[in-house]
Design a protein around this ligand. Structure first.
Ligand code: GUN
Length: 281
């Protein structure tokens, strides 16, 4: 039986509309500043999309574009200015950064209260210890999609394929908080297909096009594909072989139009959360 498609475009549009309504009811406009360093073309597209979505939802969105030769000290100086600016509720330093800059140093420099990426070690630690904090946007978006499926999480076996700081690890924490039995599998896992085949909920976040085949999927499973891989012929492919997987899964996210749009909507959700939390503090 063919899987039900979890449409991230529709869900993200609904979430953005809800956020826009909430923002319109405030007596202030939450501010999001995105810092881009250098000219990575993919980052250019992402940053424009974030900026536009924020404007459309009523946020004050600003992009600061620094030259590729920016030094680490200059970037940290810019972040310090944004940390001190009361009109800025959320700061996002777009990755990747040029090689002369230590990305972790930049992440560590962002005020945790304005860290709408949820990458600061304080926020990672809060998530790992079950305390409220900023949650990385992509895993937060995946949890919205999972909720949309209606599939139960309590006691479900969840497998997260990938162990990155940005997706895999926080994703596993959120699934654990939702009472799943969580396995984190990765490139050194002994038998990836066997691990995946046990999953009621499978999140693929490894950046390997169409790695996950139909026979890796438990019939009826919820398959959430975080991968966005550009193929040699220009097509975009996820980490899951979509056409064959859709014949076996119960629910599946397409690429594009699945997790990607949810990441941006959740960035706005985080920015609104940050703005409200800062004013309540
Ligand atoms: N580059 C690709 N994805 C992301 C993201 O979620 N946040 C940041 N800051 N950079 C990225």
């Amino acid at each position: 039986m063919a899987a039900t498609i979890l449409d991230g475009k529709v869900l993200a549009a609904r979430l953005r509309a809800t956020l826009a309504t909430r923002v319109a009811a405030l007596h202030f406009r939450p501010g999001l500043t995105v810092v881009r360093v250098g000219d990575d073309p993919a980052s250019g597209v992402y940053v424009r999309n974030k900026d536009r979505a924020a404007q459309e939802a009523g946020f004050i969105a600003r992009t600061i574009h620094l030259p590729a030769a920016t030094t680490q000290a200059e970037l940290l100086g810019q972040i310090a200015v944004l940390n001190a600016d009361p009109a800025v509720d959320g700061i996002l330093v777009q990755l990747p950064l040029p090689p002369q800059i230590d990305a972790q140093a930049a992440i560590n420099a962002v005020d945790p209260a304005k860290d709408v990426d949820g990458f600061h070690p304080i926020n990672a630690g809060r998530l790992a210890s079950g305390q409220p904090g900023m949650v990385p946007c992509t895993p937060r978006g995946v949890m919205h999609l999972l909720a949309e499926s209606g599939a139960p999480t309590r006691g479900a076996r969840a497998v997260v394929l990938g162990r990155s700081q940005i997706v895999g690890r926080p994703m596993a924490q959120l699934l654990l908080t939702a009472d799943c039995t969580v396995t984190i599998a990765h490139s050194r896992t002994a038998d990836l297909p066997a691990e995946c085949a046990r999953a009621d909920i499978l999140v693929a976040a490894v950046g390997r096009p169409e790695l996950v085949r139909a026979d890796w999927i438990k019939p009826g499973a919820v398959v959430l594909d975080v991968g966005i891989n550009r193929l040699l012929d220009g097509r975009l492919a996820g980490d899951v072989a979509y056409a064959e997987a859709a014949e076996r899964a119960g629910f599946i996210t397409p690429v594009p139009g699945g997790v990607g749009p949810m990441t941006i909507a959740c960035l706005l959700e985080n920015t609104l959360d940050a703005a409200l939390a800062r004013r309540a503090a």
